[in-house]
Design a protein around this ligand. Structure first.
Ligand code: PMP
Length: 409
């Protein structure tokens, strides 16, 4: 995508709304503006649009429409999962003095990590943060080892948002099915996956991957911002964490974002056109591999962070010796190329990325990293220009840092 603002290579941060998605959304801003909870005609029109979106999303995930909860995005879905499952534990099956246990990984998105930290700080849960290997993948044996009799929830992301590595969710799903114990009629531990970065590219059939809960955001799949989904399997013990109206099966209070929900439904529906989507994925993989090959062969001391094979089609995360990632993205931005050093939410802070540190990288290596994420509008010409500018910029920044270092010798 190369409009007058330049080359956009930050598709993991967000994507533009697809024209076809936009077209379906427009009438719901002002012409069909009803509140879906109203009984009159205006309200019913909005309700029908939500029903259609819910059916489309349910079809994609191979679940029942009543298992789809619309939220404001993955942040809310993840908070609802962690806090809502803990809340339900206390309301349903609390034995005196029993503290529930949650297993997650050190490199989840901050919305999962911080929700877990909050539960721990309030004394409501104990948390195990699993390590990941140098390849950016969690080991199934570590998951198995971490499970205790009081484990109620395992939350492991499907695709990491910074390095794009793919976690073995279906295998973890199988393991958990075997290990489940019946706690007062409830089957714990539950399995949740943050699928925000995987819906575009990986199998999200919830029955196949064996999850009880799954979250994602509309704006990562060419849909609008401010709307997301939580899939919650029927019978999953979860309580709402926000008080108010009875929307979304009483799990998520607040007037529906009808326009957003309609857009999300259409964006998901477009992914279901499997022939078309497969062709898009194939093109993105070949562009990613082209980029990785050129960067690793043409730029000295350049490395790929995370597994090359178990990697999202759209993600290339590089590390360059003796280069500051922040300097790199600013220089690229001046040349009209939009990239990122890590997740958009944590960039701006000069702390090294928790994801890169989790791989075992040193602080200076984590600081020398750059995330390039491509999407369905990316072209080879854009990548050619990016490689050219990247080569020149890395060389220039190394020269500057070399000069600075030699002055201090
Ligand atoms: N989880 C992952 C893996 C993400 O990539 C993001 C967005 N960067 C989120 C959660 C949060 O999504 P949102 O900001 O749309 O709520």
């Amino acid at each position: 995508m190369n409009n007058n603002k330049g080359i956009y290579l930050d598709y993991a941060a967000t994507t533009p709304v697809d024209k076809n998605v936009m077209k379906e959304m427009i009438p719901y801003f002002s012409e069909k503006f009803g509140n879906a909870m109203s009984v009159h005609n205006f309200g019913q029109e909005a309700q029908q649009a939500i029903d259609t979106a819910r059916e489309r999303v349910a079809k994609f995930f191979n679940c029942s429409p009543s298992e789809i909860i619309f939220t404001s995005g993955a942040t809310e879905s993840n908070n609802l999962t962690v806090k809502g499952v803990v809340k339900s534990f206390y309301s349903v099956s609390r034995k005196k003095g029993e503290i529930p246990h949650i297993v997650t990984t050190v490199f989840e998105h901050h919305c999962v990590l911080d929700a877990c930290h909050a539960m721990k700080k309030e004394g409501l849960a104990e948390i195990t943060f699993l390590p990941v290997g140098r390849d950016g993948i969690v080991k199934i044996a570590d998951v198995k080892k971490a499970i205790k009799p009081n484990t109620i929830l395992i939350s492991i992301m499907y695709v990491n948002n910074e390095i794009g590595t793919v976690q073995p969710i279906a295998e973890i799903g199988k393991l958990i099915q075997k290990l489940r114990s019946n706690n007062q009629g409830i089957h714990y531990p539950l399995l949740h996956t943050d699928a925000t970065q995987s819906v575009n590219y990986f199998d999200c059939n919830v029955k196949k991957i064996g999850v009880d809960l799954l979250s994602f955001s509309g704006h990562k799949i060419y849909g609008p911002k401010g709307v997301g989904v939580l899939f919650a399997k029927r019978g999953t013990p979860i309580r709402r964490i926000q008080d108010g109206g009875d929307q979304e099966y009483k799990l998520r209070a607040g007037t529906h974002n009808v326009t957003g929900i309609v857009g999300l439904g259409k964006a998901v529906d477009m992914l279901t056109a499997s022939g078309k989507q497969q062709a898009i994925i194939k093109k993105i993989i070949s562009l990613r591999d082209y980029l990785i090959k050129r960067v690793l062969t043409e730029i000295p001391a350049a490395y790929l962070n995370g597994s090359k094979e178990k990697r999202s089609p759209n993600n290339a995360n590089f590390r360059f010796d003796n280069v500051e990632g922040e300097g790199l993205i600013l220089s690229l931005d001046l040349e009209g190329i939009a990239t990122s050093t890590g997740s958009a939410c944590s960039s701006g802070a000069l702390e090294p990325s928790h994801v890169l540190l989790a791989l075992g990288l040193k602080h200076e290596q984590a600081h020398g990293s750059l995330r390039i994420t491509i999407g369905k509008y990316t072209t080879k010409a854009e990548l050619d220009r990016t490689v050219k500018v990247l080569k020149e910029t890395v060389q220039r920044l190394r020269k500057i840092s070399g000069n600075v270092l030699s002055e201090f010798k």
